[in-house]
Design a protein around this ligand. Structure first.
Ligand code: GAR
Length: 211
């Protein structure tokens, strides 16, 4: 059984997709051991509570220094004994001690086709604003392992989504969530939980079923 801890900062629609997929048996061999937010007002925390999932808030604002926050954050994560950390709209930089300890055991959902529209400054709606400004016709989402860089780790799954005439950043964001994020994030967790994801020389090999 894979114990996952989901890290969130906002609305938590990706968390909801994971909860729903676990409850529907679309993600197997997996238990959500906890949800951690850096924002006490995140609606994601309510979603966790509604489903009886342990939830807690730990914010850099509550500590005198980043070092102190990082130490407490790592302790909080370790305390939940996760096999896999899932960043689902988590907007705090992961401390290097955590990427080191959880090497190839942290995944993130990013709302673009990496390596487009990723890295520092590209998060949430900003990604979709940039895509529309550039005039790209295809966007999408990526699930990747987290390393020391920003959106630089090995790519696990991607799904493309078409831009439509008249899209606003909000409309595009919603389409990318519905058609890509809410599908590939649960899928990636299920693949990992069932031993189907291997990382070789920084590249992910997914062993899919024949059916
Ligand atoms: C999602 O679109 C996710 O891909 C994005 O934040 C949103 C969170 O929504 N993450 C990033 O931009 C990370 N760089 P949610 O709280 O409803 O899941």
């Amino acid at each position: 059984m894979l114990n996952i801890v989901v890290l969130v900062s906002g609305g938590g629609t990706n968390l909801q997709a994971i909860i729903d997929a676990v409850e529907a048996g679309e993600i197997t061999n997996t238990r959500i051991s906890g949800v951690i937010s850096n924002n006490k007002n995140a609606y994601a925390l309510k979603r966790a509570q509604k489903h009886g999932i342990k939830s807690l808030c730990i914010s850099p604002k509550d500590f005198g220094s980043r070092t102190e926050f990082n130490r407490n954050f790592l302790e909080a994560v370790d305390g939940l004994n996760p096999d896999l950390l899932v960043l689902a709209g988590f907007l705090v930089v992961i401390p290097p001690e955590m990427t080191e300890r959880y090497r190839n055991r942290i995944i993130n959902i990013h709302p673009s086709l990496i390596p487009s529209f990723c890295g520092t400054g590209y998060y949430g709606l900003k990604v979709h604003e940039a895509a529309l400004l550039r005039g790209v016709k295809v966007v999408g989402a990526t699930v990747h392992f987290v390393d020391e860089g920003t959106d630089t780790g090995p790519i696990i799954l991607q799904r493309a989504v078409e831009v439509e005439q008249g899209d606003t950043p909000e409309v595009l964001q919603r389409r990318v969530m519905e058609q890509a994020e809410w599908k590939i994030l649960p899928r990636a967790i299920d693949l990992i939980a069932n031993g189907k994801v291997k990382v070789e020389d920084g590249v992910v090999k997914v062993v899919e079923d024949d059916n």
